[in-house]
Design a protein around this ligand. Structure first.
Ligand SMILES: C[S@@+](CC[C@H](N)C(=O)[O-])C[C@H]1O[C@@H](n2cnc3c(N)ncnc32)[C@H](O)[C@@H]1O
Length: 183
């Protein structure tokens, strides 16, 4: 998989949601986890986290939106259920991305929304749990940027196995046209 991603939360207040989200982040191959002004003591959680995700993922904490400091070239993707958001199935994930989710009892703040390069929503009837929403976004990234065999026309598994990846193969499908996502 090309690029990397991190995932984070603003003003998260429930330990269970942090544990759930960081565990999913670890499983989906996130490169870092972050929190902006968390209400729960995430440093204390590290000691009790049974999935050990914090032992394998760098954790960054920021006091405010203004203090948020992402790697150079990393695009901030807000995950929020608002009308203006891009529907996730129609979204092209940036190669270098940091996804940020809102608090359990609220939404991403206007300051954070203004800072985002993109805002996406999971098309559904109403908001769901923050940890579940984060997992769905990471799953969508994995689906759309990973290499998987095509789905067959009929129900069931793939009929044609995925061709082996050739290391070092050029990423150009036609002269001068890049075939990969280069956002
Ligand atoms: C439980 S929701 C917050 C409550 C919500 N604002 C409400 O009206 O009840 C917590 C966070 O989960 C994320 N979230 C939940 N469902 C979502 C969806 N369908 N699309 C995008 N984000 C979602 C957002 O980041 C949101 O800020």
């Amino acid at each position: 998989m090309r690029g990397y991603f991190g995932i984070g939360v603003q003003e998260i207040s429930k330990e269970g949601n942090v544990g759930n989200l960081v565990r999913s982040a670890h499983a989906f191959g996130a490169s870092f986890f972050f929190a902006i002004a968390p209400v729960v003591d995430i440093h204390a959680l590290r000691a009790t986290d049974t999935s050990d995700a914090f032992d394998h993922l760098p954790y960054y904490q920021y006091d405010s939106v203004a203090a948020l400091d992402l790697p150079k070239g990393c695009q901030l993707v807000g995950v929020e259920f608002v009308d203006e958001s891009i529907e996730l199935p129609s979204f092209r994930h940036p190669t270098r991305a940091a996804y940020v989710l809102g608090p359990e009892m609220g939404s991403l703040s206007p300051a954070l929304l203004a800072r985002c390069d993109h805002v996406v929503k999971i098309p559904m009837k109403f908001c769901i749990n923050v940890g579940v929403a984060g997992a769905l976004v990471m799953y969508d990234r994995a689906l759309s940027t990973g290499r998987f065999a095509d789905r067959p026309v009929k129900s069931g598994g793939p009929v044609t196995p995925l061709a082996a990846h050739v290391q070092g193969k050029r990423r150009f499908s036609r002269k001068g046209i890049k075939s990969g996502n280069d956002a």
